[in-house]
Write a protein that binds this ligand. Sequence first.
Ligand SMILES: Cc1ncc(COP(=O)(O)O)c(C=O)c1O
Length: 310
Amino acid sequence: MLLTAETQDLQEQLSTLSSFIGNTPLFPITRAYSKPGVKIYAKLEWQQLGGSVKARPAFRIIQDAVKSGQLQPGQSLLDASSGNTAIAYAAIGAAIQIPVTICLPENASEERKTLLKAFGANIVYTSRFGSTDEAQEIAKQLYSDYPDRYFYADQYGNQSNWQAHYHTTANEIFRQTKGEITHFVAGLGTTGTFTGTSRKLKELNPEIELISLQPDAAMHGLEGWKHLETARVPKIYDATIANQNLAIDTYEAFDLIQKVAQKEGLLISPSAAANLAGAIKVADSIEEGVIVTVFPDNAEKYAEVLKSLF
Ligand SMILES: Cc1ncc(COP(=O)(O)O)c(C=O)c1O
């Protein structure tokens, strides 16, 4: 493919930005939970551009689309998201001057709306009753009405989503644990984190146990997670990967937010706490091992949850 000067320029800007994506620290949990013979670590995924794990897939989706010519200079990136992916697109979009349009359920938190506006994203509000499933439908419709105007990123069906974790998160974890990881635990949203990280870890060491987590009910407070029996199952989900699936109760996770704040000095989000709850369930069930999970974001965007806890 012959690249225009504008596309080449975009690729160069992306290459400069890449050092602000991934390479997050691995934090040892020692006081919120401890058991002789078992170690729990969490990757602090908020230490990236845009403040969440979603920097990884958003960056790779954009980079792959620019490379393949699906995202042309002058076009807008379009997707549906209730939170972190939208913010990651908006931050990266601002950094490389790509316009970003987000279909966002109108009941998304005020913090999220403010962040998106601050990064200059264009927001299309969708019904509070339809969740991100309806927001996806609206995004698809917008794209089919104006295919020349938009690149439809489709995080739920885009292979670049899980590939981002396959090429970055998994290798980082393996390196940071010096290959000693025995269990990987993560909640399912778009399922990109679990799918991509697990696929690569399994290649690096087939003995590693892969544990996926879901909320224990359709109505839950674990922002970013999906209850797959009642929600639309993301196209990139692969049900054959997990060795084990565990259900997490919202209040069990909320209790851990408090504990981790006061014993570890980290203010984590509900889904980060839910990942830790999953890691603790696994730790309780084994005698020896190195369990790794991710903390997708910190508590900054969850003022309402924090107010209810403290
Ligand atoms: C806060 C938070 N936690 C967890 C997840 C789940 O990650 P994934 O979409 O990679 O399954 C998301 C995804 O949106 C999220 O925003």
